[in-house]
Ligand binder design. Structure first.
Ligand code: GLY
Length: 317
């Protein structure tokens, strides 16, 4: 096994990859960073922040749909594939760019995960942009009430009720942004950001804040980013699993498919139709696969045009 940080393979090019429609903007931004000589970490941070900055995005950044109590809570994380350092921030309120907070944590603190009010205080202390109010606009609460009415008959117990809400909410929720980047030195980085499933249980943490679940990077092998039901990505240790498979000689497409198979096993054990999307990249190639997500799009740039394609492997359960 190569030592961490042994980085640069001969002859690799720059690479950026993401998913969903919003991934195009994230990749375009990451590409601008890479072409101007920026690092993979900078490309990931700025690509993700580009989508966090869109007020109209209902599943990333402060425009995201709120938790059950009407507050917007954000999760994000970033990983440096050279040092294997990673930091996630979770249940963060009022911070405009959680990915920037995760990056500052990665660069300046020895921690791997910071949560809740302390994360917001850290953002303030670091001089990051923090808004005054974490309450979502009244229209978002109207949508929650509509959803609540739709599942009202399920109120036979809180846990059961929330699981029905969770299932129904995925119909109004489009999910995460993630970016993988490879820079001119051959360094690999990955990061993700989300406001999480709409109307989630307050305090619920997405895979997007957890290294190994929603994102993972190792400059010796490649990186992975996930989107979809975070609980499945966490239980499948999905992003780490993908990179471990790369280290064992799988290609990115094979690794993405194997992760989806592992997620499908979890879905079968639960008797649920969870969805999950996975994008995996080495320094030369990108693969993608999805569970119960028929039109899962992935976006990548390997020089030339930015390409948007449907995942070649989709498993339906
Ligand atoms: N993958 C984002 C979430 O589970 O909320």
């Amino acid at each position: 096994m190569k030592k961490p940080g042994s980085g640069g393979w001969e002859g690799v090019g720059l690479l950026a990859a993401s998913y969903h429609d919003s991934g195009r903007r994230a990749v375009e931004r990451a590409v601008r960073v890479l072409l101007s000589g920026g690092s993979a970490l900078d490309a990931v941070e700025q690509g993700v922040a580009e989508v966090e900055n869109e007020p109209s995005n209902e599943s990333v950044g402060l425009g995201g749909l709120p938790n059950w109590l009407g507050e917007v809570e954000l999760d994000a994380g970033i990983m440096d594939g050279d040092t294997l350092r990673a930091c996630g921030v979770a249940v963060v309120k009022r911070v405009k760019n959680p990915i920037k907070l995760a990056r500052r944590c990665l660069d300046e603190l020895p921690h791997a995960l910071i949560v809740g009010d302390a994360a917001t205080k850290l953002a303030e202390a670091l001089g990051l942009e923090v808004v005054k109010d974490s309450r979502a606009p009244p229209e978002a609460l109207e949508r929650r009430k509509k959803l609540e009415r739709e599942v009202a008959e399920a109120s036979s117990g809180l846990t059961r009720y929330y699981s029905k809400i969770f299932r129904a909410a995925s119909k109004v929720w489009h999910d995460t942004i993630g970016v993988i980047a490879v820079d001119a030195k051959g360094s690999v980085a990955a990061g993700t950001s989300t406001s999480g499933v709409a109307f989630k249980f307050p305090g619920r943490v997405a895979d997007s804040a957890i290294a190994g679940a929603g994102f993972y990077a190792d400059s010796r092998y490649g990186a992975a980013i996930c989107t979809g039901v975070g609980e499945v990505a966490i239980r499948a240790v999905a992003a780490f699993r993908a990179v471990l498979l790369l280290s064992q000689g799988y290609g990115p497409q094979e690794a993405a498919e194997a992760v989806v198979e592992a997620a499908a096993e979890i879905a079968a054990l639960d008797g649920e139709r969870y969805n999950l999307g996975v994008v995996v990249a080495t320094k030369r190639d990108v693969g993608a696969a999805a569970l119960n997500w028929e039109s899962f799009l992935y976006v990548y740039w390997l020089g030339g045009e930015v390409k948007v394609e449907k995942a070649p492997y989709v498993k339906l359960t």
